[in-house]
Ligand binder design. Sequence first.
Ligand code: FAD
Ligand code: UDP
Length: 383
Amino acid sequence: MNLGVVGAGFSGAVIANQLAEQGHQVTVMDVRPHVAGNCHSERDAESGVMVHVYGPHIFHTDNKRVWQFINRFATFEPYVNRVKATTGGRVFSLPINLLTINQFFGKTFNPAQAAAFIAAAGDSRIHDPQTFEEQALRFIGRELYEAFFRTYTVKQWGVAPADLPASILKRLPVRFNYDDNYFAHRYQGMPRDGYTAIVRQWLAHPNIRVQLDRSFRRAEAGSFDHVFYSGPIDAWFDHAEGRLGYRTLDFEPIRAEGDFQGCAVMNYCDDSVPWTRISEHKHFAPWEQHEKTLCFREYSRACGADDIPYYPIRLVAEKALLARYVDRARAETGVTFVGRLGTYRYLDMDVTIGEALETVDCFREACLAGQPMPAFVKDPLGA
Ligand code: FAD
Ligand code: UDP
């Protein structure tokens, strides 16, 4: 078949690769001048540092199929994300672990003592936390919440934590041991040659044609037997129902000699500092040596029409609007909406790859059964 794939990010590139492997002719189109979407990485000419252009990306997963799949296209170096946070003029380890608790409260607790102390600090009147703030007050107590989470979250999301769902805070563990690994997944690492090199390999197939600087419009869909669309779902419909809300990021570069901050990610939890974090990209590649360094201060703000959409907001109003677009999408034929923009969900890279593989499985089954391919393989209104 003659298939169109909109977007050369992880979603589009994995789908294109798998379709091409099955013998289909695939055209991949991306409005940007490079492949890899938001995972794009490139070497900075001045320092030689591999830069994650759209913000730091660490690969972590429990999904063996995905880990084996991506390892066919990359050599992964060991990398463990260990985040630091500055609050009240002091530096701590995140996610909250025994070192954080002991340093913050000036204690020498063992795990059981720390767990009992934090349980007592939590607000036990909150039985079923619904909001970010309730989740924090229930499980870590007011002092840690105010030091590490309240202000950072307002900077990151632009709304009060009482208006955000508990699910956002649930992404972070609280540990009563000294494990300071930011992620709890079995597999974690960093691709030695960056993410864009992986995507280039996915797309380097004789059945795939890549068109960059190429904006795709819905009216062109008829020139393909089927389109896999990883652009924003509201843009497919020319924002007819209104714009879905996103947060965008601004990155302010800092160049220096040597080591700027001594770690890859430093969060800033106070409101005296307008940025949320500084990432120093050479620390994402500890196997490399660079005399110069390049860091980025990261600022979060509401996403305008000409900005890059990063984080879907998914509050009540956005979900109601999304439901209207999902209804419209289900009435379309010849297109499947995929990826973080096509389904308006925050997706880590491993989930993105897993869903892309599932999408192609579903397409093959639909073709074999003579059934139409659905608009969604994952319900955007689900979790
Ligand atoms: P994208 O990468 O956004 O690709 C979509 C592509 O479609 C874009 O290149 C866009 O230009 C193109 N496009 C859109 N509309 C059109 C159109 N009309 N015509 C042509 N092209 C179009 N995940 C992790 O696992 N670990 C991390 O540490 C991590 N860190 C992150 C940090 C930040 C700041 C953010 C925002 C995300 C992070 N992620 C991380 C998530 C990761 O970025 C996503 O999983 C991944 O980018 C999703 O890929 P995608 O292909 O669905 O979307
Ligand atoms: N968070 C915070 N302080 C921090 C780190 C995280 O308040 O130092 C909050 C913030 O609201 C963030 C959420 O915890 O969105 C989840 O953290 P994660 O690292 O998953 O955030 P991301 O940057 O991926 O949104």
